[in-house]
Each structure stands twice: as C-alpha cells, then as structure tokens.
Design a protein around this ligand. Sequence first.
Ligand SMILES: [Zn+2]
Length: 182
Amino acid sequence: MKNPYLLAIAACALIGVPTIARASRAEVTATRMQLVGEIQQKLNRSFQCNFSVFLGQTLRYATANSSGVIMIDRSFLLTADRSTIFFAMAHEYAHAYLQHDIRLYGQIQQSSKKSADMRRAFEKEADGIAARKAKQMGFDIESIIAFILSRHDPEKSVPSEYRVHSRPQERADYILAVYRSS
Ligand SMILES: [Zn+2]
C-alpha cells in the first residue's frame, strides 16, 4: 500500500467521523456533568453547605470563592479522571468553606513573604482536607498523585519561600501521607 495514512483519512471521511466525534464530546460532557453533580451532592452533604458548581474557562483546574461558588475548568473536566475531578472539587470546597479568600484579603497589607506563607498554608490545608474526603468517600489516591506529578510546575523558577504550592513531589508526599493516615 502506497499511503495507508491517506487511505485512513479517506475512510474516516466516508463513515462520517467528524459527526461522531462531536456527538461523543457532547456525551462526554453530559456524563462528566452528571459526575460533577454527584460529587457536588456528596461534598455539600459532607461540608453541610449548599455550594454551587459551574463549568467555565479558568486559568487553573478549578476556582472557588467564599460565597460558595465553585468553577471547574471545562478542558480539565473533559480530560481528568473521576478521582482527580473529585480532588480538585474537594480542594476548592475547602477554600470556600474556610473562607480563605477573605482571610487572605485581610492580610494584604502584610509583606509579600508573609502573604506567600499564608497562601501556601491555605493550599496545604485545602490539600489535606481534600485528601481526607477522598479517603472517606472511596476515591482512588494513585491517579490524584500521578496527576500532580505529571503536570508542568508553573512555579518552577519561584524560590520556595514565595511559592503558593509546595513543589509537586512535596505536595504529592503530603497528600499521600494525609490520605494514608486518615
Ligand atoms: Zn487551592
């Protein structure tokens, strides 16, 4: 065969792959939104709150504010597995529940070193809570750890004392330790 690649493209065009691809993406979104709804119910019950969860475009995997609005990034939702989605949501629930944004805002006058310390402590606190919830609710830790270790570290060149998250390996070790000891 001279060019199997071209032949494959032609065959795909014949059976209408683009249409199928669009349909399955919508299907994936619907299934994922159902998963998000289930996790939301579990977390609302566990935190005894009534937070809202939206799908959007964020520069991170998910965001939260203390009025109880959680936003999950669309592309993260479509590519991550269920345990990782759970972990990201539980982490944001912890930030919202503990009103980390308001507490951080109150410290804005502090030196940048002090506010970096505080942000790092809040991130660690949210990771610890999410790890405990993952254990309680039966979510797999291995894929969460693999996800953290496989991502590009956006703070790679930031000195440790100014980082928001600790280095990926340290972060993964902490999450694993909390999970195992819960
Ligand atoms: Zn966070």
